[in-house]
Write a new protein. Structure first.
Length: 352
C-alpha cells in the first residue's frame, strides 16, 4: 500500500504547495510514497494550442520526483467537461471530416503525454469526471460532438492510453461520494463502468476522489447512516472486476464548531471511519491526499465556511504541524487487512 499527495510547480521558494517550496517538499519526502500533479498535466496546462504542447512545469516536477525516488501518477489525460477543456478546443473548427480530426487530436494528445513519460508513470486517470451529477448522463464537449458522442470519445481515450502505456493502470476518476444527493451521480458512474465492460474497454480501476464532507459532530452516527448505500456502490464496482484507488482525499469540515480541537477531532474520526470502510476492499492499495497542508488546500477558495473560520481539510495545518487527521490515516493503514504482494500492472490489468 502507498500513501501519496498532489503537488505543484512554482518558482523556487514560493509560498505554494510545490516541490520548489522546501517546507512543502519536506512533507512530501517524509510522508509520501507516490505523487500526482495537481494541475500541471491537464489540457489547460500542457496544451496551449491545437498544435503545441508545453511540458516545462510537468517535466520539472517529474525530474524532482524521480530524483527523490517518488513514483508519479498521471492526472489526467482527458477531463471531459466543457468548462475544463481549453477554450481553443471548445471553439475549434474540426473541418469537413470532424470525426477524423477529433480522433487525431485526442490520440495525439494521449500518445504524446504517455510516450513522453514512459514507464515513469505507472497509473493514469485517463478520463476525469465525465458523468453529470444531476442526472447521471455524460457530458458533451466540442471534441465528443465531433467524434460522434461521449461514449466513443471515452472509449477512444482508454484504447489509446492502453496502446501508448501498456504497462500502466488505467483509471476512470470521479467525485461521486457517499453523502446524500449523490445517488444520480453514483448510478451514472455504474452505468458508465458497466458500458466499459460490455464494450471491452481497457479500464482497470475506479478512482474514488474522496472529497468527503462532515455532517456534524456525531461522526459515528453519520457514518452509520451513509455506509450502507456506499458499500452497495463499491460492491457493484468491484463485482465488475474493477480495482479501487483513492485519488483526491480531503475533508470539508461542514456542520462542525469553529473550535479547532473539537473540529480536528471530528475530522480525524470521520476520516478514520471512511478509510476503515474503504480499506476493507483488498483491491484498494493507493491513497492520494489532495494536499498535505491546510495552507494550500483548494477548499478554502472553493467553499469558505459560513462562520469565516479557516478550513482544516488536510493532515497538516497551515503551520505544517501534524493534526489528528494524520494519525487517523496512519492508524487506518496500519489496521487494514493484509494485501497480496504487488505485481506488474501488465499482469494485473483487465483487457476484456
Amino acid at each position: 500500500m502507498r500513501l501519496g499527495s498532489c503537488f505543484g510547480w512554482s518558482p523556487p521558494g514560493a509560498d505554494r504547495g510545490s516541490f520548489a517550496n522546501p517546507a512543502y517538499a519536506a512533507l512530501l519526502k517524509r510522508d509520501c510514497g507516490l505523487l500526482v500533479p495537481e494541475n500541471q498535466m491537464k489540457w489547460q496546462a500542457i496544451r496551449p494550442t491545437a498544435t503545441s504542447f508545453d511540458f516545462t512545469h510537468m517535466d520539472a516536477m517529474m525530474a524532482w520526483a524521480m530524483a527523490n525516488g517518488l513514483p508519479v501518477r498521471g492526472h489526467n489525460l482527458l477531463w471531459h467537461q466543457p468548462k475544463w477543456m481549453p477554450r481553443w478546443e471548445e471553439a475549434y473548427d474540426f473541418g469537413a471530416n470532424p470525426q477524423r480530426a477529433a480522433e487525431q487530436m485526442l490520440v495525439a494528445h494521449i500518445t504524446t503525454v504517455c510516450q513522453r513519460y514512459g514507464s515513469r508513470i505507472g497509473s493514469y486517470d485517463v478520463v476525469n469526471e465525465a458523468v453529470t451529477p444531476a442526472d447521471g448522463s455524460l457530458y458533451q464537449t466540442a471534441l465528443s460532438r465531433a467524434l460522434g458522442g461521449p461514449e466513443a470519445t471515452l472509449d477512444l481515450a482508454f484504447h489509446t492510453a492502453r496502446a501508448a502505456a501498456p504497462h500502466a493502470q488505467l483509471v476512470y476518476n470521479d467525485y461521486m461520494s457517499w453523502e446524500p444527493g449523490n445517488a444520480h451521480h453514483r448510478a451514472g458512474v455504474l452505468k458508465l463502468l458497466e458500458g466499459f465492460r460490455r464494450r471491452k474497454i481497457p479500464v482497470d480501476a475506479l478512482g474514488v476522489q474522496s472529497h468527503i464532507v462532515t455532517r456534524g459532530i456525531d461522526t459515528r452516527a453519520t457514518i452509520a447512516g451513509l455506509e450502507g448505500e456506499w458499500r452497495r456502490f463499491l460492491d457493484a464496482v468491484t463485482a465488475m472486476g474493477y480495482d479501487l484507488v483513492i485519488t483526491e482525499l480531503d475533508v470539508r469540515d461542514n456542520a462542525l464548531p469553529a473550535d479547532i480541537a473539537v473540529r480536528d477531532r471530528a475530522v480525524a474520526d470521520y476520516t478514520r471511519g471512511y478509510l476503515d470502510l474503504m480499506l476493507a476492499y483488498p483491491s484498494l492499495r493507493d491513497i492520494m491526499l489532495w494536499g498535505m497542508t491546510d495552507r494550500y488546500s483548494w477548499i478554502e477558495g472553493f467553499e469558505p465556511r459560513p462562520d469565516k473560520a479557516r478550513r482544516r481539510p488536510c493532515p497538516y495545518d497551515a503551520a505544517f504541524i501534524a493534526k489528528p487527521m494524520r494519525a487517523a490515516i496512519a492508524g487506518a493503514i496500519a489496521a487494514a487487512p493484509a494485501r497480496t504482494p504487488r505485481h506488474d500492472a501488465k499482469t494485473a490489468r483487465i483487457d476484456r
